[in-house]
Write a protein that binds this ligand. Structure first.
Ligand code: BES
Ligand code: ZN
Length: 954
């Protein structure tokens, strides 16, 4: 019928104007402004074919903007027994240009009916006109074909009835299950939409720019409750003893922030200073673990409302611990969802780092209520405007609300982590093109989150906290309930700076010569936008090379490349056209002052007032750059650390350790020099600095151990245990001390036991036996729990007992520790059993599979097993996780990135190529290949140096 219509009246390429259902045999030809017959004849293949064989009238991935949504009325009725839902919606749209179709996103939904009413129809209560629905699954779009052209500047109401199964994975409207204390398995239904999965739950304009208001109704059984973004206004009883909750209408927001949950959870509640009701929900047996989250969220909400000088606009905020969750948490407006480990604090089994993580995640998601929810990026290419800011705000808010957590000392690790990725050629600019759902998902990476946060921190340091804060408040207020792009941020920051400081002497002030966006910094004009685009539109990290010549400091900037040496032929081409505007800071031996210099050319010279015995750049490691001291620079700093390390600030000491080892990887500093720099650590009083040094030694140990280079492994082990013996022996197996005391204890004892340090093994074994004897009731300090379990897991009886406890434990924090311990077994059949359980998804949930595979791959006895498993079960893994998902990327990176031989590289390459042949290409492939090449290079260059250094050091 459809085909004959096409041929009969128009020509072959215009058939999609026909509506097989409403207007059989009638074609409305050439009525659209977009595709014309001409276009079709010229480019016949350009339009896709819908599932019913007709042509689909839209060929772009992005929706047209001729029709925009204003309001959604959404009704959902999930059935938690049959595991499906029926639903309907009415979308009020505004037509901006006359059109004959409306394109919406929809993915995997069965659409039963679609009708359209004009304002007039609504006024006179005329029934809706039936619409033809065409579907184009490749773009996750549907086209609603209207019988008569919609007129410009008029509003219409589109009604759609639809249904689907509750999804099996972690996206859209999906089911999640949990076990009660009594052993019963219960099901809940929950949404998770970011970035492109709202379309799996209801047909919608699923792009961040299409903000609208949402009125949601949920039908449920009386044994359940329903939650959504807004508070419930009323509950009505409907047929069949069911209840229907009606929620208040939301503020204007993007689709990815819509959320609803049907569950039987319990909650604790409190009221923030502004009157907002905050509640934390968890499954009934975990209710007792919700209290810390409530305290933290109340404090943090108060903080943000004051800091931003903008009230949280909704009357309530719920935080819910979901038993099956893809990421760490999701900032749905008013209904934030969390993985259990990111929200629930169990005083018995949650360690200090667990507490820090929970606080961080709450701070992050609450920050999104402003950065992301109130002001949203225009498109996913700028997701860093959400995630970079939320990550940066963690630092500001946790420092202010929980100073005892000393989070400030941990922030530099955020930057160090992303530097590892950003110094590979496979990195990408913070703002990066992303069109397909997979590319969009890939944007949620360390660059958007961590580099985003680090460059914001650098900018804050440059402008001063006050001016930076004024600028971001300006930005938030100006773009509230709207969308923004990078330039909007830079303009807000420049203007606020100008408005707030017209006096001289500051680092940002205006004078008559400057344009409205120009600041004067130490006599130089600085365009914030010009400066910041060198950080957002350019990938990578600069290396600042400093050479002291008398009183002059010669400066040079390069692109820092990990694993590519200056003598390599590719080094030169990889440098081309890279230039950053770097706000440098430095300290010297001659004063306590922090000096500043703005480096925006390749080379520059600084003249010091007097000669100095040392100079240290990047004060407090606030800048996103690495520094290399040529000539005697490093020697002077090593001498300084050995003579009196306290002349440098702790963060500067950490920065030196970091930069030195990075420079080793780039072939710019010899390994023995970097190792010499750590010799002062025996006198180090700053725990984060001590941990930084230890981290590198541990990393080298693991690398060498994996390669079975036994002489170096033994000597390095000996060196670490001997060198850190005094501080290892000082550790108690308790929870006492400051956050960093406790972190140090966890790290040191874990390492000591891993290296088979007898006193450590003895104590852990003793504690484990006592714990087993007490049937798991003995309280062991949460900070050492993982260590005790890991030692216990080395015997078959211990391993089996732990697996049993894993199934029974009601603490997600404890379960994580047990799973880690189980993954350290030396028996491959046990490791395989874990993988099987993870694939089955019952005892070990699918949400934990990626972390499990990662942990097994870190175990030298499991590395090959995990990798082989991934290769052989790729298609099964793809059924569980989305291509661009964080889980899949973690599985790929986690099971390969530690390889360090040419054979392994070749094997991984072949596997990726076979995937590419099947049409699968991911950014992570290149990251992995470069990481392995870098490892190979490191070993080639440094192995004998390490061997010799150890021989003279032990
Ligand atoms: N908006 C994200 C959740 C998300 C992640 C959505 C990836 C889509 C793809 C959320 O705000 C987030 O960033 N969560 C983090 C935790 C945070 C503390 C770093 C996460 O899930 O890891
Ligand atoms: Zn986030």
């Amino acid at each position: 019928m459809v085909n004959s219509c096409r041929k009969l009246n128009c020509n072959i390429y215009i058939g999609f104007y026909c509506s097989a259902i409403i207007l059989p045999l009638i074609c409305i030809c050439s009525q659209f402004s977009q595709p014309t017959i001409d276009q079709f004849t010229k480019d016949p293949g350009a339009f896709p074919v819908a599932t019913n064989g007709e042509l689909f009238p839209w060929r772009e991935l992005r929706l047209p903007t001729v029709v925009i949504p204003l309001h959604y009325d959404l009704f959902i009725h999930p059935n938690l027994t049959s595991l499906d839902f029926v639903a309907s919606e009415k979308i009020e749209v505004l037509v901006r240009d006359a059109t004959q179709f409306i394109i919406l996103h929809s993915n995997g939904l069965e659409i039963m009916n679609a009708t359209l009413q004009s304002e007039e129809d609504l006024r006179y209560r005329k029934p809706g006109k039936k619409l033809t629905v065409l579907s184009y699954p490749a773009h996750q779009q549907i086209a609603l074909m209207v019988p008569e052209k919609l007129r410009a500047d008029l509003r219409y109401s589109v009604a759609i009835d639809f249904q689907a199964k509750l999804a099996d994975g972690f996206e859209g409207f999906y089911k999640s299950t949990y076990r009660t204390l009594g052993g019963e398995t219960r099901t809940i239904a929950v949404t998770d939409f970011e970035p492109t999965e709202a379309r799996m739950a209801f047909p919608c304009f699923d792009e961040p720019l299409f903000k609208a208001n949402f009125s949601i109704k949920i039908r449920r059984e009386s044994r359940h409750i329903a939650l959504s973004n807004m508070p419930k206004i009323k509950t009505v009883e409907v047929d069949g003893g069911l209840l229907e909750d009606h929620f208040g209408t939301t503020v204007k927001m993007s689709t990815y922030l819509v959320a609803y949950i049907v569950c039987d959870f319990n909650s604790v509640s409190g009221t923030a200073s502004s009157g907002v009701k905050v509640s934390v929900y968890a499954s009934p047996d975990k209710w007792s673990q919700t209290h810390y989250a409530l305290e933290a969220s109340l404090k943090l909400l108060d903080f943000y409302e004051k800091y931003f000088d903008i009230q949280y606009p909704l009357p309530k905020l719920d935080l819910v611990a979901i038993p099956d969750f893809a990421s760490g948490a999701m900032e749905n407006w008013g209904l934030i969802t969390y993985r259990e480990t990111s929200l629930l604090f169990d005083p018995k089994t949650s360690s200090t780092s667990d507490k820090l993580w929970i606080t961080e995640v709450i701070a992050h998601e609450l920050a999104h209520q402003w950065f992301g929810n109130l002001v949203t990026m225009e498109w996913w290419n700028d997701i860093w405007l959400n995630e970079g800011f939320a990550t940066y705000m963690e630092l500001i808010s946790v420092n202010a609300t929980y100073p005892e957590l000393q989070f400030d000392d941990d922030f530099m690790n955020t930057c160090f982590e992303v530097i590892k990725k950003d110094s590979l050629n496979s990195s990408h600019p913070i703002s990066n093109q992303a069109e397909t759902p997979t590319q969009i998902q890939e944007m949620f990476d360390a660059v958007s989150y961590k580099k985003g946060a680090c460059i914001l921190n650098m900018l804050k340091d440059f402008l001063s906290e006050g001016k930076f804060k004024t600028g971001i408040i300006h930005y938030l207020k100006k773009f509230s309930y709207r969308n923004a792009k990078n330039d909007d941020l830079w303009n807000s920051l420049s203007n606020s700076c100008l408005e707030s400081d017209f006096t001289s002497g500051g680092f940002c002030y205006s004078d008559s010569k400057t344009t409205s966006n120009t600041l004067t910094f130490l006599g130089e004009n600085v365009e914030i936008k010009e400066m910041m685009t060198t950080w957002t539109l350019q990938k990578g990290i600069p290396l600042v090379v400093v050479k002291q010549e008398g009183r002059s400091l010669r400066l040079r900037q390069e692109r820092f490349l990990n694993g590519v040496f200056r003598e390599d032929p590719e080094w030169g081409p990889l440098q081309e056209r890279y230039l950053w505007h770097i706000p440098l800071t430095y300290a010297t031996s001659s004063s306590n002052e922090i000096h500043k210099h703005f480096l925006k050319s390749k080379t520059d010279t600084l003249d010091l007032p007097e000669t100095t015995s040392w100079v240290k750049f990047n004060v407090d490691s606030n800048g996103y750059y690495i520094v290399h001291y040529e000539g005697h620079g490093w020697d002077q700093l090593i001498t300084l650390l050995n003579q009196n390390h306290t002349l440098l600030r702790p963060k500067d000491r950490i920065g030196l350790i970091h930069d030195a080892f990075q420079l080793v990887s780039a072939g710019r500093l010899t390994l023995d020099k970097a190792l010499d720099l750590t010799r002062y650590l025996q006198r180090e009083t700053s725990i984060p600095a001590l941990l930084k040094g230890l981290e590198y030694l541990e990393l080298f140990y693991h690398t060498i151990d994996r390669r079975n280079i036994s002489d170096i492994t033994e000597n390095l082990k000996h060196y670490i245990l001997q060198y850190f013996k005094p501080v290892i022996d000082m550790q108690s197996w308790s929870d006492e001390g400051s956050v960093w005391d406790r972190m140090l204890r966890s790290v040191l004892l874990k390492l000591a036991c891993y290296l088979n340090h007898t006193p450590c093994i003895q104590k852990a074994t003793e504690l484990f036996s006592q714990w087993v004897e007490s049937s798991g009731k003995l309280n062991i300090s949460a900070d050492v729990l993982k260590i005790v379990y890991s030692v216990g897991a080395q015997t078959t009886a211990g391993w089996n007992y732990l697996l049993e406890q894993y199934g029974l434990s009601l603490s997600a924090a404890e379960k994580n520790k047990i799973l880690y311990a189980l993954s350290t077994s030396k028996h491959q059949e046990k490791l395989m059993k874990l993988i099987e359980l993870g694939m089955e998804g019952k005892v070990i949930k699918t949400q934990d599979l990626a972390a499990l595979l990662h942990a097994i791959a870190r175990n030298p006895k499991g590395q090959q097993l995990a990798w082989n498993f991934v290769k052989e079960n790729w298609t099964h893994l793809l059924k569980k996780f989305d291509l661009g998902s964080f889980a899949l990327r973690m599985i790929i990176f986690g099971t390969t990135s530690h390889f360090s031989s040419k054979d392994e590289l070749q094997e991984v390459k072949l596997f990726f190529e076979s995937l590419k042949d099947q049409g699968v290409d991911l950014e992570i492939f290149q990251i992995v290949l470069e990481t392995i090449s870098k490892n190979i290079r490191w070993l080639e260059k440094n192995l004998s140096t390490l061997r010799n250094w150890l021989l003279i050091s032990i």
